[in-house]
Design a protein around this ligand. Sequence first.
Ligand SMILES: *[C@@H]1O[C@H](CO)[C@@H](O)[C@H](O)[C@H]1NC(C)=O
Ligand SMILES: *[C@@H]1O[C@H](CO)[C@@H](O)[C@H](O)[C@H]1NC(C)=O
Length: 224
Amino acid sequence: MDAIKHVAALLLALLSTADALKVDKVETEDVTLDCTALSDKDVTWLFNNGTALHYEKGGVITPGKGFEGRVSVEKDCFRTGNFSLTITDLHSTDEGVYRCFVDQDTTEGYPHTYKLHVNKKQDQTDSTGTEASDYKTIIIIIILALIVVILIIGISVLGILYHKACSQIQKSVPDNTQTSETEHMPLYDNTTPANNIAPLIELSVQESNTMKPDSSVKTFYTAG
Ligand SMILES: *[C@@H]1O[C@H](CO)[C@@H](O)[C@H](O)[C@H]1NC(C)=O
Ligand SMILES: *[C@@H]1O[C@H](CO)[C@@H](O)[C@H](O)[C@H]1NC(C)=O
C-alpha cells in the first residue's frame, strides 16, 4: 500500500510540476513559499521526492535532511491555516520542487507546487548587479564634482569682477575730483595774465562751494 501511495505521489508530483509556481532566488537569500490549507493534524513540505519539513500538531517541527536550522512554519499554522514554508540562507542544493501537503499527504494546500531556482551568487554580482551600479555612482560623483568645480570657478570669477568693478569706482571717484582740479591747473600754469587769475580762482572756489555733486559723491563713496 505504501509503495502505491509513493508512486501515486510521484506521478502527482510530475503532473503538478507542469503548473508549478516558479520562484527565482540567489544563494544565501531567504524565501517564503505560501500555502494555505485546512488541517488540525499535520503539514508536510515535500522537496523533490524527500521532505523539507514535517510538523504534527502538538509535536515539534522536524526539518528534512539538509534543511536543519533553516526551515520553519508558523507555530499557530493549524489555527490560522497559514502553512507557508520559510527557508533561510538558501543553498544551491535547495533548488527543486516543493509541495505543500496536509493530513498525511492526502490533501494539497494552496498554492501547492513551487519550482525554486537558486542562482549562484557570483553569477549575479559579476554580470549585472554591482558593477553597473558602481559605474552609475562613479558617473554621478564625477558630474557632481564637475558642477562643484564650475560653481567655484564661477563664484571666484564673479568675485574678481566685482572687486575690479569696486576698485574702479573707488579709483574713478577721487580721479574725477583730481581732474576737476587739474582742469583748472593748466589755467594757472599757462602763465595767463595776473588779472585773469583772480576771477578764475574765485570761480573755482565758488564752484567747489556750490558743487553739491561732491557731497553726493562722498556718500556714494562711503556706501561703496
Ligand atoms: C529520490 O530521487 C533520487 C533520484 O532523483 C533517488 O536517488 C532517491 O533514491 C530518491 N529518494 C527517495 C526517498 O525516493
Ligand atoms: C503566512 O505566513 C508567512 C510567513 O510568516 C507570511 O509571510 C505570509 O504573509 C502569511 N500569509 C498570510 C496570508 O497571512
